[in-house]
Design a protein around this ligand. Structure first.
Ligand SMILES: NC(=O)c1ccc[n+]([C@@H]2O[C@H](COP(=O)([O-])OP(=O)(O)OC[C@H]3O[C@@H](n4cnc5c(N)ncnc54)[C@H](O)[C@@H]3O)[C@@H](O)[C@H]2O)c1
Ligand SMILES: O=P(O)(O)OC[C@H](O)CO
Length: 329
């Protein structure tokens, strides 16, 4: 069993640390706040991000970057997309060459339009970067509810090593070499989950939700393939699998945000109410810029962008989507 460090003490970083500790890894969490570290080390809880969950006593946390990475052969990067570049830049001097970094954030970098594994690789070129994705809510992984994920790396040996380390009877891992397809599925499903939440907030029904998810995966695949991803990846755990869980789960932050927006709340009110990171909001503009760059049509993504950032009301956005020129499927 290899030692693991987790950078980030939010819900997903903490849930992964819990499941890996329970299945015999020695895990250390890096948190940016001393209060979070004290709570994990002394109370064995993380009430803000995983209410009601007790952490294993052997799981410890620190704010010290060097101490967090000491002895770690695998490092999980679990900070939100907007914090990835700064966090990895701050950690760069402490990484041993050859350390395997597993990015678990789902999003794109604003401005550069890079995938998050590309951002990390730029910050720490001396490390091997791979990606964990799939239908996996922290609230369920932390409670050992059976979950399946995917490890993607262009280097199949790295993917297999992480698969072997992370797999246990409650957490099944598949591998993939299609890093582009996996990361694009992970990033774009959050935008579709905002739309699915709006569907619910508007009081629409199952027909409209199924239409949204089906046409949503078509958009995700169109852009992903244009960028070099494989079509079949979008039929897998990081595509349709994650789309299903995020568009339908009560745990989804993106869906919850969409519900509030559909009910007429402003973006500011919505983000304040959800409290945790809503990556679809951070991703939608980059997705629209990528659509322009790769000359692909993303009508649902564009509609969400118009609602979030250009003052379009949700009813008008739906009407415009429904009355577009007829097409073949
Ligand atoms: N929560 C889940 O179920 C889940 C599952 C799979 C993937 N993810 C992805 O994991 C990533 C993290 O999500 P989360 O749900 O853990 O978020 P969260 O909102 O629960 O926690 C965010 C954490 O990041 C820290 N943080 C925020 N800004 C920071 C900064 N500038 N520098 C350093 N740390 C900062 C916060 O203090 C907090 O500890 C997201 O990209 C999300 O899409 C989440
Ligand atoms: O809660 P969400 O909407 O950020 O989604 C979390 C995970 O990505 C689900 O797989």
């Amino acid at each position: 069993m290899k030692n693991v460090a987790v950078i980030g003490s939010g819900s997903w970083g903490t849930a992964l640390a819990i499941i890996l500790t329970k299945y015999d890894h020695q895990v250390k969490i890096w948190a940016r706040s001393q209060a979070a570290v004290d709570e994990i080390n002394s109370k064995h809880t993380n009430e803000k991000y995983l209410p009601g969950v007790t952490l294993p006593e052997t799981l410890t946390a620190t704010t010290d970057r060097a101490a967090a990475l000491e002895g770690a052969e695998i490092v999980i990067s679990a900070v939100p997309s907007r914090a990835v570049r700064q966090t990895m830049t701050d950690f760069a001097p402490y990484f041993k060459p050859g350390t395997v970094i597993v990015n678990v954030a789902k999003g794109l970098e604003d401005g550069s339009l890079l995938r998050l594994s590309q951002v990390i690789q730029e910050c720490v070129p001396q490390c091997e970067v791979c990606v964990l994705s799939g239908p996996s809510h922290a609230e369920e992984v932390a409670r050992e509810i059976p979950t399946t994920c995917l490890i993607a790396s262009e280097n199949e040996e790295v993917a297999k090593m992480v698969q072997k380390e992370f797999m246990n009877p409650k957490f099944r891992i598949y591998t993939s070499t299609d890093v582009i397809g996996v990361e694009m599925g992970a990033a774009l499903k959050n935008v579709m989950a905002l739309a699915a939440g709006m569907n619910d907030g508007l009081g629409f029904g199952d027909n409209s939700k199924a239409a949204l998810m089906t046409r949503g995966i078509a958009e995700m695949k169109r852009l992903g393939i244009a960028m070099g991803g494989k079509a079949e990846t979008f039929a897998g755990l990081s595509g349709i699998g994650d789309l299903i869980v995020t568009c339908t789960s009560m745990h989804s932050r993106n869906r919850r945000a969409g519900i509030l927006l559909g009910q007429g709340k402003s973006l500011e009110e919505t983000l304040a109410e959800v409290k945790m990171v809503v990556e679809g909001v951070n991703t939608v503009q980059a997705a629209c810029h990528l659509a322009e760059k790769y000359h692909v049509d993303l009508p649902i993504t564009q509609a969400i962008n118009d609602v979030l950032f250009h003052g379009k009301d949700t009813q008008t956005a739906v009407l415009e989507l429904m009355t577009r020129e007829g097409k073949s499927e």
